[in-house]
Ligand binder design. Structure first.
Ligand code: ZN
Length: 355
């Protein structure tokens, strides 16, 4: 087999073979050549995001791409570039992200597993070596901490982008963040950086709420202990709630949160409801300044926003490593996924390919 620029010909990968089963970890073969706009990346760290849990669970229905690779936030180094690639060079340190950015959107790569084809999207990160589309990576300074950098592929850019582009948080605003998982914690962090006066984080897991406090939450509510709506109604009896952010996708949370916001309040939906789970709301206030809107990845533009957000966290001494609570080798990926499901992992779970 021909190697790409004398590089690796195979990679360890976690493969989704069948929905609702553990990922299969095995060695698969890389494509023999790089197509137009493709980049070969050695991945150092990959985050695990709720989206991958959704893919495993088949929330969008039957999956015609099985078997396929997974993962959409990571960091690593460029080993080789295909024809036409202008925004990355071999040796570059890069963040891998799922939002499209500068450069070519290449054909999706195909890997071989024995005589079987393994499909992949424009970016995958649960594999040590990955062929990635040019517009799914952003070069960053070589000295960047690669562990924290992985989070800029999804969690940080989505969280900060929600605050920046959708919630439009102003100095002194009051913000409720319902759900303090990987994205929720970064939303709390973003709200604090944006100058919100009160940030109330709600979750059912106490360990996440502890992290929310360190991210800047001014109050936390443990929904497994008390009815969060009783407490929220108390807090906002005499003062306006400017921003309500839902990370659950649950119709009752969306409806109650929307109701709780002020006449000019903004409700932002980050969590995606299961299909058929509709929400009924009283729409009259929408004519007079109240708003409700959804978001896709915080509307982030990776090649602009990743450098901007990285410079911000550095200037404000925000250490994203505090949000990384579990790190395992690729062989531990199924354990990490289990910990995300049962709430044992408070923050982001990371795959470290050097372990
Ligand atoms: Zn994600």
């Amino acid at each position: 087999m021909t190697a790409i620029n004398n590089g690796p010909t195979t990679t360890q990968a976690a493969v989704l073979v069948e929905q609702n089963t553990d990922l299969v970890i095995d060695e698969i073969s890389l494509p023999e050549t790089l197509d137009v706009g493709q980049v070969l990346v050695e991945i150092k760290y990959s985050g695990i995001c709720g989206s991958q849990l959704g893919e495993i669970d088949g929330v969008k229905g039957p999956d015609r791409w099985l078997p396929h690779l997974l993962g959409h936030e990571g960091s690593g180094h460029v080993l080789a570039i295909g024809p036409g690639v202008k925004h990355a060079q071999p040796g570059d340190t890069v963040v891998l992200h799922w939002r499209p950015s500068r450069g070519i959107e290449s054909a999706a790569p195909k890997y071989k597993w024995g005589d079987k084809t393994v499909n992949a999207g424009w970016v995958t990160t649960f594999n040590n070596y990955a062929v990635v589309s040019e517009n799914r990576l952003t070069p960053i300074p070589a000295e960047t901490d690669l562990k924290a950098a992985a989070l800029y592929g999804c969690a940080v850019t989505t969280g900060f982008g929600v605050i920046d582009n959708r919630a439009n948080v102003r100095l002194g605003d009051t913000v409720v963040v319902f759900g303090a998982g990987g994205i929720g914690l970064n939303i709390v962090q973003g709200a604090a950086l944006a100058g919100a006066r009160a940030i109330i984080a709600i979750d059912r897991f106490a360990n996440r709420l502890e992290l929310a406090k360190s991210c800047g939450a001014t109050e936390t509510i443990d929904g497994s202990q008390i009815n969060p709506w009783d407490r929220l109604k108390e807090i906002f009896a005499d003062e306006p709630l400017d921003v309500f952010i839902d990370n659950t996708g649950a119709p009752t949370v969306i409806a109650e949160g929307y109701k709780l916001t002020s006449n000019r309040g903004r409700t932002v939906l980050v969590g995606v409801p299961k299909s058929g789970n509709d929400t009924a709301i009283h729409t009259l206030p929408l004519h007079f300044g109240k708003s409700i809107t959804g978001t896709t990845g915080g509307e982030a533009i990776p090649h602009e926003d990743i450098p901007r957000y990285m410079a911000l966290t550095e200037a404000r001494n925000v250490d994203l490593n505090d949000l990384i609570t579990e790190v395992e080798p690729l062989s531990g990926v199924n354990d990490l996924i289990a910990k995300m499901r049962n709430g044992k992992s408070a923050g982001r779970c990371l795959i470290d390919f050097s372990l």
